[in-house]
Write a protein that binds this ligand. Sequence first.
Ligand code: ADP
Ligand code: MG
Length: 907
Amino acid sequence: MSTVQPLPPTVEALLSDGTTAAIRPLRPADREAAYDLHAVRMSEKSRRQRFFAASRLAPKLAADRLCAPRPGFMALGAWVDRELVGAADYEIVRERPDAAEIALAVADRWQHHGVATLLLEHLLHAAREQGVRTIEADTLAGNRAVHQVFTDLGLRVHRHLDHGEIRVRVPLDEKDEHYRSAVEERGRSADVASLVPLLRPRSVAVVGASRRPGSVGRTVLEKIRQGGFRGELWAVNPHAERIADERTYPALSALPGTPDLAVLAVPSGAVANTAEECGQAGVRALVVLASGLSGADASQLLHACRRHSIRLVGPNCLGIAVTDDTVRLDAEFGAARPLPGSAGVAVQSGGVGIALLERLNWLGIGVSDFVSLGDKYDVSGNDLLQWWESDGRTDLALLHLESFGNPRAFSRTARRVTRRFPILTVDAGRSAAGRRGAAAHTAAAATPTVTRQALFRQAGITATHSIGELVEAAALLHAQPLPAARSAVAVISNAAGVGILAADACVDFGLVLPELPAHLALELTGVLPSGASAANPVDTGAAVGPAELRSCLDLLTRSRAVEAVLVCLVPTALTTDPEQDPLRALLDGPGRRRIPVAAVLLGQEVPVRYLDCADGARIPVYSDPQAAARALAHARDRARRLAEPPGAEPAVHDCDQQAAEDLAARFLDTHPDGGWLDPALTEDLLRCYGLPLTTSVWAPDEHGTVLAARSMRQLGHEDRIALKAYWPGQVHKSDAGAVYLGPGDDTSVRTAYQDFENRFGERLAGAVVQPLAAPGTELFAGIVQDQVFGPLIAFGMGGTTIDLLDDRTARLTPLTENDLHTMTTELRCAPVLFGYHGRAAADLMAVQDLLARLSRLADDLPQLAEADLNPIIATPDGLLCVDARVRLEPRHPFDPYLRRLRRSAAG
Ligand code: ADP
Ligand code: MG
């Protein structure tokens, strides 16, 4: 390695106790700090104990060595506030650029705080980016220590004998699942530790509490007091002695203790300085209510938080509420007071938060924690999911997210959490239309909506379209068991027309209404009034009483043929006697049954409410059969997700990553801003990953075109060819009349090429000649790199009418076996793939293999901004892609799982 590598930027991440540490490369100016670290902050004993080179050297030598940037060497320091608490470095082994030796030093006082693992995670990541593939160490004495550190990290250690000496080799594999989950687990527990002062504060200060009734600060102060906060509450205001009967203090420094949490109700211009004061006072959590911070104030605020290990909620938020009985903190200024319960609620928009809380209160779903995230400078939905995952209380998460800071990390957390309890979200899908309009080609048609949906789908999140739908689905998921994955629904109704509406709604949402087995129908007829119909929907007739209805329900819920029951009732004049109200069938229980039961009461004033049964169970009652069916469908989707085994990544063979990387590097050397590859390069790149491209011959002129067509005929291909005009920057060839499909004899080819020349003139750079592929089903597959979400694989029906059909699906990489399966089966046109109306079925294995290869390519080559394979012609014998486009962009790999806190206020 001959060049000094570009230095990684400063990042901040959490130590195991939740302290924020900054990780950055050491520079000559850090010599003094590095010397101190070894000479003052490490005892002789720990210097000796460390296995690495630094321990053998005097502190001065160590400092010199660490702070002199040079080729093949990198040293990272971990800083807490302004103190250097640890350093780690690697040095590439001479003549073997893929191997490096590493060294590590941690200050005594900071040992067992996760400094070493955090530093090494970042160091090894930087080393890998420089092409290092293994870490080596040879000191005998150090073997055990090396072993320990790498085992702690989650990496596998190999020992081998080299010239009579035992050497330790550690292959660096960041994608290794074992390593990834070890990193993830450290991240989770550090995150939870850092959130304790925020969500379990023992003392709270409201800073900027004002005397003015109705002001935000005063409202929050009053709500905290009225909410019965269990800890110490202090108000800070330099201009008042008492606010709302609360003694106030003129400044943070005048408080009788250090608050764990400070709620800042100061104007936006004062936020940054107040945050810095809080940091200096030792506050570890901030909730900032103000909006409209200037850019400078925003970065100063974030800087203060990072420097002082503060977790920050907001700015521009409504506040937080914690109902845990040991805390009872209601520090938000919404109208409703959150009831205690087990739903974790995090909202980006305060308005949505208010609406959601009101509906939850009304329904009677209590909240464990309510967090209004606001502009999400720091604390995000991901943090809260991790908290709720282990708080021992939360069993339902409701999220409203408008943006994602790190969607990959969020997705990984959510995948884990949704296996334990449901996560529901409102997917507003804004701005999709605008972006779709801008998409000039098919893969880019995977709009952010598609991307978000892919994220939710893969993470197992229940995505809804409105707050109403969210609450309706939550009502069912929270109180009733999940249906079986098939979800065979039985509908019972006391009015035939309503039963039919409900049945239609169920089918609309993809639920199944099976015919009831004959013996069950017979039994039902036995318990129902005469004239009832025991088909599905079951029509009980208007005269049905609670006892008959309950017998009917009992029979249905006991039958193996039924996996969910929807009871639809219309109040009738016959039921003026409350004892005869058919709802009693549900009320008197049993409410707890083997399968989910939901009810519809036509004409009910609220969209959903609970029926509290005698045995304590709760049955959701909807005003609208559509809403009930939709909630059942959400529950079915969740059941299906849980039934899927955690997906393994499919095996793909014969991918030449190195060749693809080299090709991309060469292209970007000559095209520093990136761009579309020409047909020949496109083919070279895609062939590195074994993608099934048709034979293409590049011809620069008419003569070359004729020769190419001849060679194709000689190769035994059929006589007809595809001839495609090419010029740099072209978008849709067929729209421009640049595709000729026809006979491949000399005269026809000449005529076709001359026609191109006449029409495209100077622009024409040559043509691509291909054999005409046998007809089949035209498919489309592609890669889109989203700046925030990372690579996405899109798949659907292809050809030139793809936009019309709009039948496509997408998943974030890496695709799992499950993804491959569901992608190829969930398209509306999927039956075409399986053979439809005499059409031959496509080779599904080949389709899945192709998608798996695209996924691998997208993950291996971050510079690949877009790839479009359209069409891929599918026949029973395999696939043939006849048109591909690829765009590269200069871009560095981004590892979404590397632990780091947010740097900027965006997203
Ligand atoms: P573009 O997508 O830029 O308009 P294509 O190369 O995809 O151009 O060609 C348009 C259509 O022509 C394809 O969707 C396909 O139906 C047909 N076509 C193109 N090349 C071939 C080929 N080699 N064999 C059979 N059909 C082809
Ligand atoms: Mg095409």
